[in-house]
Structures are given as structure tokens and as C-alpha cells.
Design a protein. Structure first.
Length: 159
């Protein structure tokens, strides 16, 4: 089973992801740890990432997911996955792992969407320290967000 804990910056992905991994015995991966230095530098300067900036990062995360599916090892990935096309990249990477068709893959992958309102995120981000994502990028996170729905998605309302 693969759990992708997703949402805007400050929604609690890392905290929830670590707790879920510990409870299930899964490996925990924080997508923030896989950003290239150029992405981190850009965000640190308050510049939102573009789709082109994100693509190599998403593809590297898709490889991690595919690897865990191919060896049947559980994984919890904390990843913003804000747009549907980003989530598609994460799942598309699974097809290369020589597994069954995408419909059966979705039964092994669950998105956990940590839904928060902008005021809650602003309050959390204002007290956050030692993270490359500045509060000035909160608006861009919500502008990019395409809320997930449907099978394989669990929505957790965090405020």
C-alpha cells in the first residue's frame, strides 16, 4: 500500500505522514527532501515553482513509488501534489513498474488530502521556522490547488 499525504504547505503532511508510517510500519519519504537545490533556492527567494520546475521532482518521486510497488513494500509519501496533473505523474510512474493496469494500481495507492483554509495555513506558516517555504508563497499554493476527489482519495478537514 502506498499512501500519498497531500495538501498545501503547512497543512501537516510531514507530521501526519510520519505518524501514519510509524503506525503502519511503512517507509516515510518527505518529498521536500527530494527537491533539487534550484527549486529550494527559488522558493527560498519567494518565487513560486512552475510546472517545469516541478516535473523532474515529481518524476523522481514517481520512481520511488514504483520501486515500492514493485517490491510490495509499504510507503507513506508526504507531497504537496497540488494539481491533478502532478498526481497523474506520480501514478504514471507506477505503470513502468510492470504491474497490472492502472485501475488495479489505484487500489494500492491512496491519496490523503489534508484540507485546510488559508487562515489556518497563514497562522501555521507564521510560526514555522527553518523551512525553505516562506509564508509569502501561501497564496500561490492555494492558486495551484486542485482539490482531489473520487475513489482512492480520503479528505481530512484540518480547518
Amino acid at each position: 500500500m502506498i499512501f500519498i499525504v497531500m495538501g498545501v504547505a503547512g497543512s501537516g503532511k510531514t507530521t501526519v505522514g510520519r505518524a501514519l508510517a510509524e503506525r503502519t510500519g511503512a517507509r516515510f519519504v518527505d518529498a521536500d527532501d527530494h527537491h533539487p537545490e534550484s527549486n529550494i533556492a527559488k522558493m527560498s527567494r519567494g518565487i513560486p515553482l512552475t510546472d517545469d520546475d516541478r516535473l523532474p521532482w515529481l518524476e523522481s518521486l514517481a520512481d520511488i513509488i514504483a520501486e515500492h510497488l514493485s517490491i510490495d513494500k509499504p510507503l507513506v509519501l508526504a507531497c504537496s501534489a497540488l494539481k491533478q496533473k502532478y498526481r497523474d505523474v506520480l501514478i504514471r510512474g507506477c505503470q513502468s513498474s510492470q504491474l497490472s493496469p492502472i485501475t488495479s494500481l489505484l487500489t494500492n495507492i491512496k491519496f490523503i488530502y489534508l484540507k485546510c483554509d488559508i487562515d489556518t495555513i497563514k497562522a501555521r506558516m507564521s510560526s514555522r521556522q527553518n523551512h525553505f517555504m516562506p509564508p509569502s508563497l501561501i497564496e500561490s499554493q492555494f492558486a495551484d490547488l486542485e482539490e482531489p476527489s473520487g475513489d482512492g482519495v480520503v479528505v481530512v478537514d484540518f480547518g
